[in-house]
Design a protein around this ligand. Structure first.
Ligand SMILES: Cc1cc2nc3c(=O)[nH]c(=O)nc-3n(C[C@H](O)[C@H](O)[C@H](O)COP(=O)(O)OP(=O)(O)OC[C@H]3O[C@@H](n4cnc5c(N)ncnc54)[C@H](O)[C@@H]3O)c2cc1C
Length: 300
């Protein structure tokens, strides 16, 4: 199908972009942002959206940077998925897990054009970057003609393809806090075909002491209508010994108490919980292995 007719503007500053969004928000069908176009163009051609105005962001300068500072990373609105394939982009556990996650985002042409922030704005329930942002406790920056506000990533998506972003707001950046040196990260995903979205995924960030878990963050995709933290499993694991038994116990809690999956044609609820339990256990083991790499990097 062809896209419905729409007007297109290509501003060259953030100020002009937000003014265009404000003007477009009142049009029938509203306004859409064109970032990488990897979801918007399909939505247009399938006529799932019919915006009166499309604001092409690609000529706006200053949105394509990844800024690493002391305790975090700021990702601008035009940073492509492909940027995260570089293991040297970000230090520490997040830097080591980013390329593993990036490899699961679509396939190379999608990663060449699609953007990290566009993925958050499109809010697919199992998108890798939304899982990362929720697990790490990221902040999303939204700018409009009325000003700027920040929203916790955990509060940003309200369900499949739904967010708290108003039509006239531009998502300008996402700030990811970085875990302390010595932490490890592990990501494991289950998907049906090479290029399909995840059916489920788990991301773990782990800090271990001599014999016990000092701190952990466990994020789940495919456990609800948006990525969520497995806070009950985190509480079970924090302070527990670093053993296969405590990992298995935390994985069971994540799958049976934190997750609230819905049945799908390919996966009744019991099956989905079983998959989540396996993914969390594997992600915990991967994160523990990664703490050894963290130790090696610090010693070097
Ligand atoms: C075959 C295929 C497989 C894919 N597989 C995966 C996958 O496995 N995992 C995954 O996460 N994604 C996957 N994607 C989607 C891909 O990651 C998209 O790039 C992403 O969802 C949207 O990013 P974009 O930059 O292309 O945004 P666009 O397509 O340009 O925009 C998407 C939506 O977000 C809004 N938007 C975009 N940027 C902003 C902004 N800065 N401020 C406000 N609103 C904004 C637009 O208005 C639009 O509604 C796949 C896509 C395809 C076609």
């Amino acid at each position: 199908m062809k896209a419905p007719p729409f007007d297109l503007v290509a501003p060259t500053s953030i100020e002009d972009a937000v003014l265009a969004l404000a003007a477009g928000a009142d049009r029938p069908g509203g306004v859409a942002v064109l970032a990488g176009g990897q979801s918007l163009l399909l939505d247009l051609h399938h006529r799932r959206v019919r915006p009166g105005l499309v604001v092409d962001l690609r000529r706006v300068p200053g949105l394509g940077a990844v800024d690493v500072h002391g305790s975090g990373v700021r990702i601008g609105a035009l940073v492509r998925h492909r940027a995260f394939e570089d293991p040297a982009l970000v230090p520490g556990a997040v830097g080591r897990v980013l390329p593993v996650m990036a490899e699961h985002v679509g396939h190379p042409p999608i990663r060449e054009l699609g953007t990290f922030c566009g993925s958050l704005a499109w809010a697919h329930p199992t998108a890798e970057w939304a899982l990362l942002a929720v697990t790490l406790g990221a902040q999303v920056t939204l700018r409009s003609a009325a000003g700027t506000r920040t929203v916790a990533a955990a509060e940003f998506s309200t369900g499949p393809h739904a967010t708290v972003r108003g039509d006239a707001e531009l998502l300008t950046a996402v700030d990811l806090p970085l875990p302390p040196p010595g932490a490890g990260a592990g990501f494991v995903e289950h998907r049906r075909t090479e290029a399909s979205f995840a059916a489920a995924a788990a991301l773990v960030v782990l800090e271990v002491g001599d014999v016990s878990v000092r701190a952990c963050r466990i994020g789940l995709a495919g456990a609800a209508d948006r990525p969520v933290r497995a806070t009950r499993a985190e509480a079970v694991l924090t302070g527990a010994p670093v053993t296969a038994e405590s990992f298995a116990a935390a994985a069971r809690v994540a799958a049976h108490e934190d997750a609230d999956p819905r049945a799908e044609p390919h996966g009744p609820v019991d099956h989905r919980r079983q998959v989540l339990s396996v993914l969390v256990r594997r992600a915990l083991v991967a994160a523990l292995d990664d703490t050894a790499r963290a130790g090696g990097e610090e010693a070097a």
